[in-house]
Design a protein around this ligand. Sequence first.
Ligand SMILES: [Zn+2]
Ligand SMILES: [Zn+2]
Ligand SMILES: [Zn+2]
Ligand SMILES: [Zn+2]
Length: 158
Amino acid sequence: MKKPATRKTKPAKSQELNPDAPRCGLCGKKGKLVRTECCGQWICDDEDNYVLFSYARNSCHRNHRRYTLCGFHHGEGHPGDWQTCPKCRESFPAEIYVSYGTNEYNFVTLENPPTYEPTHCGACGVVIKLSDGGYSQGPKGILCEKCTRKVFPISKLD
Ligand SMILES: [Zn+2]
Ligand SMILES: [Zn+2]
Ligand SMILES: [Zn+2]
Ligand SMILES: [Zn+2]
């Protein structure tokens, strides 16, 4: 059996920015923009809109700073590129690392994200997305939200 020797070539991205009218690299809006400290990209200057403790993810600037490896890498003062930074890789479980490196808050995403085994609930076996939260860790391993409620019926997750 011969393996098919087809190589996927990436489609050329058409990201031509009009130099006269910069847009936010994440949401595409024009208007009040700043360059990110970490990677020098145009982004909405919208952190003022963020309501403290609301956990809303409506700020481009904040999302990039808080939920990407680029922002983390810069904030921690790591040397070199975040894409190849061993410190960033060590700082998160693979699943979170991949999420932070490929989510929609990135301008550039990880080219070769590491593969990882999905996390399964220790009781019912359902796949748990760590980046979404809503799970618990205990003696039985990681439990999904449903099973956590069964084990701790009085605990409030929400
Ligand atoms: Zn934006
Ligand atoms: Zn950045
Ligand atoms: Zn780093
Ligand atoms: Zn479960």
